[in-house]
Design a protein around this ligand. Structure first.
Ligand code: SGN
Ligand code: CA
Length: 507
């Protein structure tokens, strides 16, 4: 059964003109370990931190299916993947004729716009305006598809361009109605091509290795069979991912890499090559091997990811400043999140997909509009299917009963959380066999425990006690003493599957 008690919280009574605007900023693959407000980041993100300082930070913010397209479909519908139909990037085409949150927001009188990554293949529906990247888009001089179907190449770095376009849209909007604007960045997606102005940033930083960087995945079968390890030359490609290259070198991803750099203007291209040529020359003069090579790849990965993230942080600040200058900030709900979390070397990995903490979590910060009193950290478990009902309730619209998420307004309206909140979340990952080879799995996470079932190709269960083992290094499934908790979690999982109407055929 859905948590009906949460539906009893009614939106605060506000007149049509006062209804808050909503700016939803979503990045790609930006993870909480690289956002300083979360406390453990090796880089500073002052503009993002400011959102948390002036608003709220969610400690336990999760996705329903840790992959771009599926996350976006969950966002647009407020439903789990098996209900919105977009279960994986490789075979998905979003059915835009279904009920979506943007359409419902339009009906409630909001103007809606989407700028940046879309990734749902079909034409966006429910938007008064859109300007989207084709597929994953490009970092350099990116091409956009406009809502009239025309395509054109913009000049500049993708994160700057998307922010410029968002600012332009806000400036030119219909000022008589509230708005909902989705600003969807490509940053910080693979392969982490830096903006020219930060090409040389972080080069003197040595990033600490996560404590479980050399994980052997000994008691975890699916983890042993993934293809997202920094160590593996096949998974993390020295040319494509690490940008270490000399004439004549070629890997399976060299052509993709070169085509992305070719998009740069000539002078930038020269500067780009001058910088990475010098790194490549130093590498080839004294090539590291074994563990040294793996650590070298980790440092290169971290540095480039950090450069991309710094420019993202700048641009979030720029958008916030603009809202402030326009006098819009006080009546705008600003949400910052990512389509999922990411591994920054934990378990020896990059990428996402697994139901383990780093990729199940996604950052979530909010700056609240006038009248919403909550500040500081929120510990309750929330999920990306919750945005749709939250926006609808904030707009004073009804939340259709088939929406599976719950509105977050009870968590942000008052000074404290309500006494009752969800005690478990459901997760399901489908994209297999596919790139990175993470097997299909579903599971349940409670405040303290996580139970996962890898159900195709292998039939393996995993159980973690997150209090004793926050890095998920010890699969205690089947160990003596875990019988009672296993039984309870199995039962909770089954009840969640019933509540969300997951059928055998949905696997
Ligand atoms: C690309 C990347 C993958 C990544 C997927 C999905 N490979 O295929 O590493 O997992 O996107 O990412 S690349 O060679 O093209 O860089 S998602 O965030 O869009 O779901
Ligand atoms: Ca992503």
């Amino acid at each position: 059964m859905r948590e009906t008690s949460l539906l009893l919280f009614l939106p605060i009574a506000v007149s049509a003109q006062q209804r808050p605007n909503i700016v939803f900023i979503m990045t790609d693959d930006h993870t909480a370990q690289m956002l300083s407000a979360y406390g453990n980041s090796p880089i500073q993100t002052p503009n993002l931190d400011r959102i948390a300082e002036e608003g709220v930070l969610f400690r336990n913010s999760f996705v329903a299916n840790s992959l771009s397209g599926p996350s976006r479909a969950c966002l647009m519908t407020g439903k789990h993947s098996h209900k919105n139909g977009f279960t994986n990037n490789e075979h998905g085409i979003f059915d835009g004729s279904q009920q979506t949150m943007p359409k419902l927001m339009q009906q409630a009188g909001y103007q809606t716009a989407l700028i940046g990554k879309w990734h749902l293949v079909s034409k966006p529906t429910g938007f008064d305006y859109y300007d989207i990247l084709p597929g994953q888009g490009s970092y350099y001089n990116p091409t956009f598809i406009h809502d009239d179907g025309a395509e054109s190449r913009s000049k500049g770095y993708c994160t700057d361009v998307i922010t410029d376009k968002a600012i332009d849209w806000i400036g030119n909007r219909d000022k008589s109605r509230p708005f909902l604007l989705f600003v969807h960045h490509k940053a910080c997606h693979r392969d982490w091509l830096p903006p020219m102005k930060y090409l040389r940033e972080y080069e003197d930083v040595t990033f600490p290795l996560p404590s479980n960087f050399w994980d052997c995945w000994c008691d975890r079968l699916a983890a042993q069979q993934q293809e997202m390890s920094i160590a593996s030359p096949h998974d993390m490609d020295i040319v494509y991912d690490n940008k270490i290259y000399s004439k004549g070198d070629s890997t399976r991803l060299t052509a993709s890499y070169l085509s992305m750099i070719d998009r740069l203007d000539e002078s930038d291209r020269r500067e780009y090559w001058a910088f990475y040529d010098s790194l490549s020359t130093a590498f080839h003069a004294n090539p590291p091997t074994g563990k040294d090579l793996v650590e070298f790849k980790f440092q290169r990965y971290m540095r480039d990811y950090a450069k991309v993230t710094k420019s993202l942080d700048d641009n979030v600040g720029r958008l916030m400043d603009y809202l402030e200058q326009q006098g819009l900030l006080d009546n705008t709900f600003v949400v910052y999140t990512s389509d999922q979390g990411f591994y920054m070397g934990e378990h020896g990995w990059f990428d996402k997909r697994f139901m383990y903490e780093e990729s199940l979590n996604t950052p979530l910060l909010m700056r609240l509009p006038r009248g919403y009193e909550r500040r500081g950290e929120i510990d309750e478990m929330v999920q990306n299917i919750d945005h749709a009902p939250t926006f609808l309730q904030m707009a004073g619209a009804d939340v259709p009963v088939d929406i599976q998420g719950v509105s977050l307004l009870p968590l942000i309206q008052g000074k404290k959380s309500p006494r009752k909140w969800r005690d478990a979340i459901y997760y399901h990952f489908y994209e297999y066999p596919a790139e990175h080879m993470v097997k299909r799995h579903y599971g349940v996470r409670t405040k303290r425990y996580k139970l996962i079932h890898f159900y195709n190709d292998i039939d393996a269960w995993e159980l973690y006690d997150l209090k004793k083992d926050p890095m998920e290094m010890h699969n205690i499934y089947g160990r003596p003493g875990t019988e009672r908790i296993t039984e309870k979690l199995m039962d909770r999982l089954q009840r969640l599957q019933e509540e969300y109407d997951v059928r055998e055929t949905d696997r």
